[in-house]
Design a protein around this ligand. Structure first.
Ligand code: C2E
Ligand code: CA
Ligand code: CA
Length: 639
């Protein structure tokens, strides 16, 4: 025995314990076991130091004391080995936690060791150089017990390694092998005691690679744990199968986190809410999605209190609103993955809402989510297989009575049927999951190749209208992507008129302006889509220098509503106002001859709607152009 090694080891362990406790409370069962290991290892090394002291400084008169500390050292060492094997088990088991039954079975060798310690008699020897060491048949039994645990751990790790992250597997196996090596070394070389080093290294390796509390926290929000930590907690909760609830506070109200200042505001808010909840009801906050802070509890009173805290939380300097959702863990989802999906769905749906009521997750919400997810899957597949089609809806120019333009509209077929998924359904989803750029790109590529291949100009077509999603235009690369395609197919940029919806310039930022400016410089033009639906800012329209305003079909229908003659005035006023600023006007949703007449009488210059043609595939569009009908003749062919 020698006192310096255990002293180094105990200092290291003390440091780990302090760091651990300052940063976090062990919440997962595996981290609780690891924490128990740290404490037990600490106690064991302390007993080793005592053993050294007793043997070296107190004479053989203190024989009983010698035997006592000796037994304590060996017994606690076995307990450490037992604990670390439980830790390894908890990492390997699918349930992520250790039941009392398993702990009891695992304890059998430990009990054998301890019983043999009590009834057998530990003795000690002394080497020639004066070092004491433990010896005796009962010591051999204890070594055997220790090796059973160590070999069991190695075997378990190797067999179930696929259940671990690579780095976790390597750190655990290396830690265990080092331990095996030191134990063998100590067994063979009498007088040398290195168990403390083995435990210290094991603790360090696990601490740094697997249990590092720093890895569980959001970098930008120090009080809040990250999604990894949340996922681990959920896995364990579902493994346990006991009742629990997830309370999710969703931050809504900003269209997206655009600027650094915006983001900091959100982080500050999330940090504050997490801190208050932690201080008042002792729940850890997890950032389950960028705009959702989640808490996990099994106590309904805590849900109640948490709601009160959040509902009373006031932050006047912030534009975000706080909304709630509570998920009954076991009722709403079968496993952690499903629970995460629901949370992502709910927080995603509410990002764009200015205000949202507290949400109860029930079957209806889950059905909506499933529908949404199916569509998302179809969209992802279709992007991969470029399985979109483009339909064209002719637009009538009143001045020359010709269909001199058309709007390109994307179409997506359900994989196993002839039915189409409406763009109204899948475009918003594609926008949220970041696929819209690729869709718009595919559409634009098809449009350009179609214009070139069929030489649309020869049919008297002057422009094709292409929809651009707000998310597309705020991307700095948009200009390059679009202009490259026009060059590739030799399409004169003035042949393309891009339609942009009003909502896109809520995000009116530099990239957006720059893209629009450069495309205009090349000769393309822009129209404002969906005018009259929701938020209209006339000043913004004027600033953006559009050439055409497309009145939304709902707006047109409302204005033409015979029961509300006042609405007609609004139509006239709007048209006059826009014309005064040199804007051209298109009406969408023209379904009857009567509507067409009224609109033309009021000065609308372009008409688009089912009365003339539904959106049709390429071939039918060409046929339509070949047989151009007159101004007031319906064409009900198509879709
Ligand atoms: P939008 O740009 O307002 O497109 C016009 C919509 O009105 C089209 O719906 C069209 O089929 C429909 N429509 C045209 N005339 C009539 C009519 O007389 N009566 C009625 N009831 N409806 C009419 P669609 O094709 O379902 O597209 C819906 C929306 O999806 C579009 O609205 C547009 O915002 C978006 N979208 C379509 N294609 C694309 C695309 O390639 N890229 C992007 N980013 N969005 C697209
Ligand atoms: Ca459009
Ligand atoms: Ca429109």
């Amino acid at each position: 025995m020698e006192i310096r090694t255990p002293i180094v080891a105990i200092l290291v362990l003390t440091t780990l314990i302090v760091i651990y406790l300052r940063k976090t409370r062990p919440q997962l069962s595996s981290s609780r076991v690891f924490f128990a290991f740290l404490i037990l290892a600490f106690v064991n090394i302390l007993s080793e130091i005592t053993e050294c002291y007793v043997f070296v400084y107190l004479g053989s008169a203190y024989n009983t004391l010698r035997h006592g500390v000796q037994n304590f050292y060996i017994g606690s060492l076995l307990l450490c080995t037992y604990t670390i094997s439980i830790y390894v088990y908890s990492k390997l088991t699918v349930r992520r936690s250790v039941s009392a039954k398993v702990s009891a079975i695992f304890a059998i060798p430990l009990i054998v060791g301890i019983v043999s310690l009590i009834i057998g008699k530990a003795s000690y020897g002394r080497t020639e150089s004066g070092f004491y060491y433990n010896i005796g048949s009962m010591i051999k039994i204890c070594y055997a017990v220790g090796f059973i645990y160590l070999i069991g751990m190695v075997a378990g790790l190797v067999i179930y390694r696929s259940r671990l992250r690579r780095e976790d597997f390597f750190s655990l196996i290396i830690g265990t092998l080092i331990w095996v090596f030191f134990a063998g070394y100590q067994y063979i070389n009498k007088g040398i005691q290195v168990s403390s080093i083995a435990m210290m290294l094991m603790a360090l390796i696990i601490f740094i690679i697997i249990e590092n509390p720093k890895e569980l926290f959001e970098r930008a929000i120090p009080n809040v744990k990250n999604k990894d930590a949340f996922t681990m907690l959920l896995l364990e909760k579902y493994g346990n199968g006991k009742l629990f609830y997830i309370i999710s506070v969703i931050f809504t109200g900003k269209t997206s986190v655009q600027t650094a200042a915006n983001r900091d505001e959100l982080y500050r808010l999330q940090g504050n809410v997490a801190k208050i909840v932690q201080d008042r009801i002792d729940l850890d906050g997890f950032l389950s999605n960028w705009n959702a802070l989640s808490f996990v509890t099994s106590s309904p009173e805590k849900i109640e209190k948490c709601m009160t805290i959040v509902n009373n939380y006031k932050d006047d300097s912030s534009n975000y609103r706080l909304t709630f959702t509570v998920i009954d863990g076991l009722k709403c989802a079968r496993d952690a993955n499903e629970a995460l999906q629901i949370l992502t769905y709910v927080s995603g749906e509410y990002i764009y809402k200015q205000s949202a009521p507290n949400l109860v997750i029930d079957e209806r919400v889950i059905d909506k989510m499933i529908y949404r997810n199916t569509i998302e899957d179809v969209v992802r597949d279709s992007v991969k297989n470029k399985a979109f089609e483009v339909y064209y809806q002719p637009i009538l120019s009143v001045a020359d009575g010709k269909f001199s333009s058309a709007e390109a509209l994307v179409r997506l077929k359900r994989p196993d049927s002839e039915n189409y998924i409406s763009p109204e359904d899948f475009i918003p989803i594609a926008e949220k999951c970041g696929l819209i750029q690729q869709i718009d790109d595919l559409v634009f590529e098809k449009v350009c190749s179609f214009i070139a291949k069929e030489n649309l100009e020869s049919f008297g077509v002057k422009t094709i209208e292409v929809n651009l999603s707000g998310n597309e235009v705020v991307d700095f690369q948009a200009f390059d992507r679009l202009s490259r395609k026009m060059e590739k197919y030799h399409i004169p940029p003035k042949f393309i008129n891009f339609e942009i919806t009003e909502t896109s310039y809520i995000n009116n930022d530099d990239a957006f302006k720059e893209n629009v400016r450069r495309l205009k410089e090349m000769g393309s033009t822009f129209s404002m889509d969906d005018f009259g639906s929701g938020y209209s800012n006339l000043l913004e329209i004027l600033k953006m220098d559009y050439i055409l305003v497309k009145m939304d079909k709902e707006f047109v229908w409302q204005c033409l509503d015979k029961d509300k003659p006042d609405n007609m005035k609004m139509l006239q006023y709007t048209i006059n106002f826009l014309k005064e600023y040199g804007l051209h006007i298109l009406a969408e949703g023209v379904e009857t001859m009567e509507q067409a007449k009224i609109l033309i009488d009021n000065g609308v210059e372009y008409l688009q709607g089912f009365y003339y043609s539904r959106p049709v595939p390429e071939k039918e569009y060409l046929e339509f152009l070949n047989a151009q009908k007159g101004l007031f003749e319906p064409n009900m062919k198509g879709e």
